[in-house]
Design a protein around this ligand. Structure first.
Ligand code: SAM
Length: 288
């Protein structure tokens, strides 16, 4: 990894305003210490990432979460809370020597995928995002943080799921606030290898969504293993194993998994975020 610039963003090509985080901004590495140990360089990367997000968000509306303390809690720390489950899931099959591959679906401004890359730099990470301005931001952050082994792809995840370079190629899939569980499973399963894991943070009120997810999951080759509360966060982490190959007819064309979910009637809104976040962030809508 290259040297780490610890400075205010100049947003090459996008002239985002240079809004520094307040000097008293809490140290994310310290706040995250109860669930993940981060070294000084990782702490610096997260500080720079937070500053870039604040600067770009003023101008490009990358996330509906704008209050600095809420950004820390709901975006950075909730992503870091996934690390213990990620460590459990991120094991390559016996005999394979290449890096563990993680795909983050609907990454937005990089949550949780880019935070996980900072916490676990050896991962090979693909950030999939349908909205062009968010992909520009992701690429900018990756360059500014000097991260290697991470690509931001401007695409619908359904389309990548039919691309041989991505289908069945990942050990772990993550997604936060992107789609209801049945839609998410149809989108994520094709990207996972058999034996791979999905880690999907969701809200607390999840029973109907889990039942629909069980039904949809059977069709695409996944099994829900658990849905447990993540520490003090208002989040349940749904842990899903890919237990069988996904039939070639899945995923259906982009948009259909959310509009006509497998396994039963439509589940109203993605949990793990507020309805306001989803509307403001345009979940499911690409801007080309
Ligand atoms: N995961 C981020 C977070 O937690 O802050 C972003 C959440 S935002 C509510 C949902 C994002 O998913 C949007 O940026 C949207 O463009 C993207 N998205 C929704 N459906 C998608 C799909 N099928 N493929 C790729 N991106 C998608």
């Amino acid at each position: 990894m290259g040297p780490l610039p610890d400075r205010t963003d100049s947003a090459a090509g996008a002239s985002a305003p240079a809004t520094a985080a307040p000097a008293e901004a809490p140290d994310l590495a310290v706040l995250a210490a109860p669930f993940v140990a981060l070294d000084g360089e990782q702490g610096s990367r997260l500080r720079l990432y937070r500053r870039l997000l604040a600067a770009w968000n003023d101008r490009f509306n990358l996330t509906a979460v704008t209050d600095p303390a809420e950004m820390d809690r709901r975006l950075f720390l909730d992503a870091l809370r996934l690390v213990p489950a990620l460590d459990e899931a991120a094991r390559p099959p016996t005999g394979r020597r290449s890096a563990v591959r993680l795909v983050d679906i609907g990454s937005g401004a990089g949550f949780p995928g880019l935070v996980l890359k900072v916490a676990r730099p050896a991962l090979d990470v693909t950030l999939v995002e349908a909205t062009g301005k968010k992909v520009d931001f992701l690429r900018h952050v990756v360059a500014e943080l000097g991260l290697a082994g991470v690509e931001a792809v401007h695409a619908r995840a359904e389309d990548l799921g039919r691309d041989p370079a991505y289908r069945g190629a990942h050990d772990v899939a993550t997604a936060r606030a992107v789609a209801s569980l049945p839609a998410l499973l149809e989108i994520a399963a094709p990207l996972l290898r058999v034996g791979g894991w999905g880690l999907f943070p969701k809200g607390l009120d999840l029973d109907a969504e889990l039942a629909a997810g069980e039904r949809a999951g059977r069709l695409v080759g996944t099994t829900i293993r658990r849905a447990t509360r993540l520490g003090e966060a208002a989040t349940r982490l749904v842990v899903v194993e890919k237990t069988a190959p996904t039939p070639a007819r899945y995923p259906r064309r982009a948009g259909l998994p959310a509009r006509e979910p497998l396994g039963g009637p439509r589940v109203p809104a993605p949990t793990g975020t507020s309805r306001r976040d989803v509307a403001a962030d345009g979940a499911g809508v690409g801007d080309g």
